[in-house]
Ligand binder design. Structure first.
Ligand code: BG6
Length: 479
């Protein structure tokens, strides 16, 4: 079967920075069938050639070393543009006619990528249905939907309902680009392709888990979106809960999209609901100090740009093991890491002179220095029985000897090949909102926990360090 990838929102940033470079790289690696077609759709009145020209420069910039003009010319022969307005059904009819004119008869599969403004998702889906573009009798029809998927549980449910009116669940690919990151997929390998970690990956040995997604960047010119979203909607409902699910899930029987997602969903079902004073005790929020001066941010905005949550999974594996989830903008560096903090040894043999060992830590560095480190105690050479922490360090880049592929390559290829394992299912998205919504409501209530200010370029509010210290724990920082 040959494939057509139709991108709605073709003139947007995501298309030029991520989607086309990813498709180009797949082509360069011989993974995208040679006769695949890419069709951009948006309101601008480009001609095919004009769109190709506008993409050439961005692809050269973002595709990396693979870019050559010769390869681009070959690839871009199959890149087309069709002007269209999501609000105009006649544009979808003309798109259908256009697609049929460039596709071989009867055997063509299609992926529709919705990279438009989220407010247009429902309308776009409806129009695809009305124009007969979702009919998959003559080839697969799949739709990829970018985040954010709704702004709360009820909007996500409504969106799911509208999409299900046109596409079956197995045709829907809700993207979370964190799942396309190599190091996130490597958590599956680390946990389920090794025998040494899984026996201790539970409440008997693990003291707590820390998941940090820190960003150096501030919101820049995104105030319009960010101020209504904030850190919980922007990072926790999707990326961070995804990292938590993969860290906490039970092994599925096979690496199969239904089974993997069943196990992930069970983690969300197990998350302990908060009520009353839990929100003040287990949630923490902050705002970087220059936020209110960012262009477009309303005066006195209470939007959080930093949050830390303590969640529990009430199940046999994790009962009473805290999962500390933390993310912020305007922090001291860009790093995403998962720390499994093991319990300390039950008894220290070496007497008073030895400091208390920290307990072993396994650190999964998702980005930017992709790798895995195991921290363990060793004897200080030429000393009495003193110990210090040493590290076994695995570095992905060094081991593969090249750069890591961008997440969108994996995800686009999976969608084309019909593998939804790394995409969010409807129940997953709704359950995640079910966790985030009550926290947002508590933060908007008179009993909201304080919104701490923090200095841009620091590790979030100082009070968050104290918050951990009060629990006899500490954030593991690696900037
Ligand atoms: C996006 C958020 O989903 O993820 C951004 O909207 C955030 O605010 C980005 O900066 C982080 O992605 P990455 O891959 O750079 O960690």
């Amino acid at each position: 079967m040959s494939d057509t990838i139709v991108i709605f929102g073709a003139s947007g940033d995501l298309t030029s920075r991520k989607l086309i470079p990813a498709l180009f790289n797949l082509y360069a690696k011989g993974r995208l069938p040679k006769d695949s077609r890419i069709v951009g759709v948006s309101r601008s009145k480009f001609k095919h050639e004009e769109w190709r020209d506008s993409l050439k420069e961005s692809t050269a910039k973002f595709a990396g070393d693979t870019f050559t003009t010769e390869l681009w010319n070959e690839f871009s022969d199959n890149v087309y543009y069709h002007p269209g307005d999501i609000g105009a059904i006649e544009d979808f009819h003309s798109l259908k006619t256009f697609l049929e004119s460039i596709e071989p008869e009867h055997t063509c599969g299609r992926v529709y990528y919705l990279s438009t403004m989220p407010q247009l998702y429902e309308a776009a889906i409806k129009q695809l249905g009305t124009a007969g573009l979702s009919d998959d009798t003559e080839g697969y029809r799949r739709v990829i939907i970018e985040k954010p998927f709704g702004t709360d549980l009820s909007t996500a449910q409504a969106l799911n309902k509208s999409i299900h009116g046109v596409f079956r669940e197995d045709q829907i690919y809700r993207i979370d680009h964190y799942l396309g990151k190599e190091t996130v997929q490597n958590i599956f390998a680390l946990r389920f392709a090794n025998s040494i970690f899984e026996p201790i990956w539970n409440r008997n040995y693990v003291d707590h888990v820390q998941i940090t997604v820190a960003e150096e960047v501030v919101i820049g010119r995104r105030a319009g979106y960010y101020d209504t979203s904030g850190i919980l909607r922007d990072m926790f409902q999707n990326h961070i809960l995804q990292l938590m699910m993969i860290t906490a899930m039970e092994p599925p029987a096979r690496y199969d999209s239904a089974l993997v997602r069943d196990e992930k969903v069970k983690v969300l079902h197990s998350v302990r609901a908060m009520s009353g004073g839990d929100f003040a005790a287990n949630t923490f929020r902050g705002q970087y100090d220059g936020y209110l001066k960012e262009e477009g941010v309303p005066r006195g905005s209470q939007t959080a740009t930093f949050a830390a949550l303590k969640l529990y999974c009430d199940n046999w594996r994790w009962k009473d093991v805290p999962f500390y989830l933390r993310s912020g903008k305007g922090m001291s560096c860009r790093t995403t890491q998962i720390v499994i903090q093991f319990k300390n040894v039950p008894h220290i043999l070496f007497g008073e002179k030895t400091r208390t060992p920290l307990g072993n830590r396994l650190v999964i560095q998702v980005q930017p220095a992709e790798g895995i480190q195991l921290h363990f105690e060793t004897k200080v050479p030429d000393s009495e029985m003193k110990t210090r922490t040493s590290t076994l360090d695995f570095n992905f880049q060094k081991s593969i000897g090249g750069s890591m592929p961008d997440a969108y390559q994996r995800l686009l290829l999976d969608a084309i090949q019909g593998d939804a394992s790394l995409f969010a299912r409807s129940d997953e998205v709704e359950l995640a909102w079910g966790i985030v919504d009550p926290i947002l409501a508590a933060w908007n209530s008179p009993a909201a926990p304080p919104l701490y200010s923090y200095e841009t370029g620091m590790w979030g509010p100082m009070e968050s360090t104290k918050w951990m210290a009060d629990q006899k724990r500490e954030w593991f920082d690696v900037c």
